[in-house]
Design a binder for this molecule. Structure first.
Ligand SMILES: [Zn+2]
Length: 459
């Protein structure tokens, strides 16, 4: 495990560092938990106020869900960067596992703790500071065009983002995009992520009798839990290979550039295995094969399997119902609804016709950007300059998000850079951001834009 990096690094001007702290303090205090629909308007308004201080024209756009904060400023003759971020957060539970109150920013050991400290308020605050700094470095006004799309439903699957992008294509015109997160890996190396997987969330349910039966009828009455366990088990083999017919048909082979960056990626399975307490990964994968699987392989996950009795003592029952929750992570060019159809066909063909499958959330398409795109190369050069070590290029995150509309409909190259770190505990108790990452990640954002836009930094 890597040593703690030098916490004494100071790159950001003092007043802007203080503004970061003050900004994050205010935003973390707003409990904008998307799953609970809390504090949406207030948080959107707080974000809007901050973006106005950058000289942007800000509008709050209603959607069928939480409002989107839209901001723009065009500069004639200069390129435009679009920032996608979100102001909503995950629920804070379980509260007892937090060292300090999740909605009161707390500073300890060179870190700032609070819900949203990294995902995504800490990242968004870094973008704001980076732009204020950029303006200061170039005569007081922003030297490039800027567009912000800050949504409030990312943590519940961004159900309205694809339609929002489709409805605002013209306003979202830009030349490049900075995605909501980024940072350093488990070895404290800066990384650049070029893609996200798609996702299909599925609920499976089965009923085998009108009500639970005495288990003495076990020899003759089907048991819903057995049936559901068999249905779930049929979906993959012991090494994780998916057994749904046609599942891999549209998986795009790695390009020459993708294969090159995959092979160049330093080993990470050792540190991650140690951190998460896993001795052997699926299929025995290590090194490059571990990266290939994690980044380029689609997967069927079972998130939960429920049914019957699990309490103390005995209860001799034949459960009449059982359910399971799946998430299916997709890679280009798999199509979410087509894959959902393949799952249905698989269940029918293998004797699980009684198992109902329904979409639990609106699916998201997978998406990737060419790692050799100039925007990605400028970001990689800026990271190497700021961190003093080459950026690790990640072809795709294992996670998902509403990136496809921005890449595939707006045609934007996307990079993911920012102030996160491997132990930032996004979505978990004691979520945090480290000052050292705020310093370096914010400067790297400034330098990426300067390099890309051909702006000479002040001496
Ligand atoms: Zn996020």
């Amino acid at each position: 495990v890597s040593a703690t990096p030098d916490a004494g690094v100071r790159l950001i001007p003092d007043d802007l560092r203080e503004r970061y702290r003050e900004l994050l303090t205010r935003w973390v205090a707003l409990p904008s938990v998307a799953a609970e629909g809390r504090a949406q308007e207030a948080t959107a308004a707080a974000v809007a106020d901050e973006l106005r201080t950058l000289g942007l024209d800000v509008e709050i756009h209603a959607t069928e869900g939480a409002p989107v904060v839209f901001a723009e400023r065009r500069v004639p003759g200069a390129p435009t960067v679009l920032f996608y971020n979100h102001y909503d957060v995950q629920p804070a539970d379980p509260l007892e596992l937090w060292t300090s109150d999740p909605f009161t920013l707390d500073e300890r050991d060179g870190k700032l703790f609070g819900r949203g400290a990294t995902d995504d308020k800490g990242q968004l605050a870094s973008r704001v500071i980076a732009l204020a700094w950029l303006a200061r470095r170039h005569g007081g006004e922003l030297p490039i065009g800027v567009v912000f799309v800050v949504e409030g439903e990312e943590e519940v699957g961004s159900p309205h983002m694809a339609s929002y992008v489709a409805a605002h294509r013209e306003r979202l015109r830009a030349d490049a995009c900075v995605w909501e997160f980024g940072g350093v890996d488990a070895h404290d190396r800066p990384h650049l992520v070029c893609g996200l997987k798609g996702i299909v969330s599925v609920d499976l349910a089965v009923r085998t009798a009108a009500y639970d039966q005495h288990s003495g009828l076990g020899p003759v009455v089907q048991n819903a839990v057995w049936l559901m366990a068999a249905a779930v088990a049929s979906l993959r083999d012991a090494d994780g290979r998916v057994r749904i017919d046609g599942f891999y048909d549209r998986v795009r082979p790695a390009t020459e550039a993708e294969a090159r960056y995959l092979a160049a990626a330093p080993r990470e399975d050792d540190v991650i295995g140690e951190q998460i307490g896993v001795d052997r990964f699926l299929g025995g994968a290590t090194g490059t094969e571990w990266h290939r699987r994690a980044q380029l392989e689609p997967v069927v996950n079972v998130n939960g399997l429920h049914g019957g009795y699990g309490g103390p003592g005995m209860k001799t029952v034949l459960p009449a119902t059982a359910m399971a929750k799946l998430d299916i992570r997709l890679v280009p060019d798999q199509d979410p609804l087509e894959v959902f159809g393949l799952l249905r066909a698989h269940l029918d063909r293998h004797g699980f016709g009684a198992v109902e499958a329904t979409l639990a959330e609106r699916p998201e398409h997978p998406s990737r950007v060419d790692p050799d795109h100039p925007w990605v190369r400028h970001a990689a050069d800026a990271l190497e300059e700021v961190y003093g070590t080459p950026a690790v290029i990640t072809i795709s995150s294992g996670g998902s998000g509403p990136m496809a509309p921005f890449v595939d409909e707006l045609g934007l190259p996307v990079v993911m850079l920012g102030v996160g770190h491997a132990q930032g505990r996004a979505h978990a108790p004691d979520e945090n951001v480290r000052w050292i990452d705020v310093e370096r990640g914010t400067l790297a954002t400034v330098r990426t834009i300067e390099r890309w836009a051909g702006l000479t930094p002040p001496a």
